[in-house]
Ligand binder design. Structure first.
Ligand SMILES: *[C@@H]1O[C@H](CO)[C@@H](O)[C@H](O)[C@H]1NC(C)=O
Ligand SMILES: *[C@@H]1O[C@H](CO)[C@@H](O)[C@H](O)[C@H]1NC(C)=O
Ligand SMILES: *[C@@H]1O[C@H](CO)[C@@H](O)[C@H](O)[C@H]1NC(C)=O
Ligand SMILES: *[C@@H]1O[C@H](CO)[C@@H](O)[C@H](O)[C@H]1NC(C)=O
Length: 385
């Protein structure tokens, strides 16, 4: 009885700390925490129990060996404070307790996870190198290097050398690294990688769609720097002379070209020509007169709809072609001539002056010269049509 009054069940150590990898298999041993009992005989038989094990650990009741009883996950619970109870078989039974602190150690069992599997960004085509687009974020709950994520661009499509974009491996900031031009490439798709530093490393991918947005960086360009048109002076108002065409590869209003006449030489008021702003067709709005102007020189412009607008220019030379639409004209309607009665035969009495405003080549009789004096019985050819 005395003996029973003073049982001496005790653990060697009051508190033990053990480390178990989180991927430890069920059944694997953690630690042997043995107890002693100074009583003799049947009291020596000690039995073990475990408290606060949450189903993750168990103890062999006889040996006191604590082992893993359920799957562990450091990211869920990294530490267990187990209470180990040792009880002898005396009556009444005496017990002792010890704590077993189990630290679950990290294994690189998590893949980095991007905040989104698809990202989008818009960047101006004039953005300089270093302009940031967005900052990637991938989370890896593992510890230390197992959860230390570094970013990289695995693929750029369409590809380019050097690459147009770069990513800071530590911060995940994606930036412009080269020259952009929407007119050449309006969209890029990047395949991004987030990789942890574990051994072996684990990685995840995500995409980034970059849209290059337009800037009015192209001047409308005419198909030719000089144009020529030939028109008969009898052409009717409304006759189209030629159609200009200018190309501006910019997008939307930045590439929407409208045409105008900037300058005309010689000038005319009211206007002789009209340039359709959208079609670029140059038309006659008033009849021409070769005898007044033989060649018109126009400076034409193509302006885009950007803000500010960019302007391209070109020139148009309009040649007016003479038509025999002017009758020869006497210098006077009637002539009064006094002739003395004793005038010798063949003597000259009058010099008639006849002019024709048409071009020489347009006359019926090529031999006839402009403003050449004529004789009375030969007033020149009849008026042309
Ligand atoms: C656990 O420990 C016990 C007792 O020391 C031993 O018999 C057993 O083989 C061990 N189990 C493993 C999986 O190591
Ligand atoms: C992550 O890894 C890089 C490169 O190995 C290292 O420079 C950096 O200090 C690490 N960061 C952390 C938080 O461990
Ligand atoms: C170009 O601009 C004109 C005038 O602003 C507009 O009427 C026309 O619809 C535009 N065309 C296009 C293709 O955007
Ligand atoms: C027309 O274009 C030429 C060449 O692009 C340029 O040198 C000239 O200054 C322009 N003229 C006008 C009036 O815009």
């Amino acid at each position: 009885i005395t003996k029973l009054s003073f049982p001496r069940t005790a653990f060697y150590s009051f508190s033990v700390t053990k480390s178990v990898p989180e991927d430890a298999e069920v059944g694997s041993n953690v630690s042997l925490v043995a107890a002693t009992d100074k009583d003799s005989s049947f009291n020596q038989e000690i039995r073990y129990w475990l408290r606060a094990a949450e189903g993750r650990f168990s103890v062999d009741p006889v040996s006191g060996m604590v082992s893993v009883a359920g799957a562990l996950d450091r990211e869920t619970k990294a530490e267990y404070e187990l209470l180990l109870v040792a009880e002898d078989q005396g009556r009444p039974a005496r017990s002792a307790t010890a704590t077993l602190l189990v630290q679950v150690s990290d294994v690189n069992d998590n893949v980095p996870e991007f905040s989104a599997s698809q990202h989008q960004a818009v960047v101006l085509e004039t953005a300089l190198a270093g302009t940031s687009l967005l900052t990637l974020s991938a989370v890896d709950p593992d510890q230390g290097q197992n959860g230390n994520v570094s970013y990289s661009i695995f693929q750029q499509s369409p590809p380019s050398d050097p690459a147009v974009f770069s990513v800071d491996p530590v911060s995940g900031m994606v930036s412009v690294a080269g020259a952009l031009d929407r007119e050449t490439k309006a969209e890029y798709e990047l395949l991004l990688v987030a990789e942890d530093q574990g051994r072996p490393a684990r990685s995840a991918t995500a995409t980034l769609l970059v849209q290059v947005s337009d800037v009015n960086d192209n001047v409308p360009e005419f198909s030719a720097s000089q144009h020529q048109a030939v028109v008969l002076e009898t052409a009717l108002a409304g006759t189209s002379l030629l159609t200009l065409s200018a190309v501006d590869p910019d997008q939307g209003q930045n590439g929407n070209v409208s045409y105008s006449i900037f300058q005309q030489s010689p000038p005319s008021d009211p206007a002789v020509f009209e340039l359709d702003p959208s079609s670029g067709t140059l038309r006659l709005v008033r009849p021409l007169d070769y005898s007044e102007v033989k060649v018109y020189s126009l400076t034409v412009q193509a302006s885009d709809g950007g803000t500010p607008s960019l302007v391209g220019n070109s020139s148009v030379e309009v040649k007016v072609v003479d038509v025999n639409n002017n009758p020869p004209e006497f210098s006077q309607r009637s002539y009064d001539v006094e002739v003395s009665e004793n005038l010798a035969g063949g003597a000259s009495i009058l010099s008639l002056e006849v002019t024709d405003r048409d071009e020489v080549t347009q006359r019926h009789r090529p031999g006839l010269q402009r403003q050449r004096p004529s004789v009375p019985d030969d007033p020149g050819p009849p008026a042309g049509p």
